[in-house]
Design a protein around this ligand. Structure first.
Ligand code: PDD
Length: 294
């Protein structure tokens, strides 16, 4: 069965999908994106990702090219055509095609790309059960990482450096020594007093949709929680640490820069949050109300 992508109104073979050489997403990174997790055929947090997409488009003054209901029809059709049970749906919207020139073109139609990719959930669950090791690196990104743009070069370089050094990922640290977030995930700790902490959603981090869902889950479970930045040092002395994202759900971090966090095994709070989040998302109710209206 060929893998299928969606490009500007057409479902096409993934291997043949293409965009114009003067697409501004390609020329300038003038584009935004979203990533949805799919597990057991269910699209996670569909409304949250749509709301953030609208915010990202507005921040770049790209006119929203499609309504939410139509977009969801395409997403579901893409899932069906790819027989996607477990994996990811990727969406990118650029300002469109125009002669290469920095100012916004007077007339351009935003381009839309959607792809779907299968993911092995057994492997993902095994990775979470084991926990990951992370290294810190200076946060050298621009000042508006709260907008989900495709400008990800610092993230790409930080991830690559982490992998080459034998770590699974990297956490960015700002000039004050405070952790901002991961290369493609939000960063959390359970501090030495047992309080859950993640950085407030300012311009310094991407406000993760999974992060928001986990804040709610943590409160429902009765964990004490505070949106408060933490330093690399506090992370090293934390009881637990973990990351959240559409691709990792909740994945424990068991080591930082080669030092153990807690006893060096996945913490019970991170495990409980992952388990609860996954069961909340895949519950029957969620399956029923995940069909969105504009
Ligand atoms: N990344 N921070 C950054 C820098 C991210 O790129 C992401 C998501 C997150 C978590 O956001 P969410 O919970 O909405 O996935 C935080 C996606 C998965 C990616 O780039 O593949």
């Amino acid at each position: 069965m060929p893998r299928i992508a969606y490009v500007d109104g057409q479902f096409v073979r993934h291997s043949e999908a293409s965009i114009h050489v003067e697409d501004r997403g390609l020329q300038f990174g003038d584009a935004v994106y979203e990533v949805w997790a799919v597990r057991g055929g269910i699209l996670f947090d569909s409304e949250g990702h749509l709301a953030r997409l609208a915010r990202s488009l507005a921040a770049l003054q790209i006119k929203t090219p499609i309504g939410n209901a139509s977009l969801m029809v395409i997403v579901r059709e893409l899932m069906t055509r790819n027989k996607l049970k477990d994996g990811l749906v990727y969406l990118q919207i650029s300002r469109g095609v125009a002669r290469r020139d920095h100012p916004f073109p007077a007339h351009s139609r935003p381009s839309i790309i959607l792809t779907a990719r299968a993911m092995n959930m057994v492997q993902a669950d095994a990775r979470a059960a084991k926990g990951i090791q992370v290294q810190t690196c200076p946060d050298n990104r621009w000042g508006r990482v709260d907008i989900k743009t495709v400008n990800l070069l610092p993230n790409v370089l930080a991830k690559q450096a982490a992998l080459e050094a034998g770590f699974a990922d990297a956490w960015f640290v700002d000039s004050e020594g405070m952790v901002t977030e991961g290369t493609a995930q939000n960063a959390w700790i359970v501090d030495s007093k047992g309080q859950l902490r993640t950085r407030p959603a300012t311009h310094a981090i991407l406000r993760g949709i999974t992060r928001d869902a986990i804040i709610k889950t943590a409160q429902e479970l009765g964990f004490t929680f505070e949106e408060k930045a933490f330093s690399r040092y506090e992370a090293l002395s934390a009881q637990e640490a973990f990351i959240t994202s559409a691709t990792s759900f909740v994945t424990p971090v068991i080591g930082l820069d080669g030092y153990k966090i807690g006893d060096g095994t996945p913490g019970s709070i991170a495990r409980k949050l992952r388990e609860t989040y996954l069961s909340q998302q895949t519950s029957v109710k969620k399956a029923l109300d995940s069909t969105l209206l504009d």
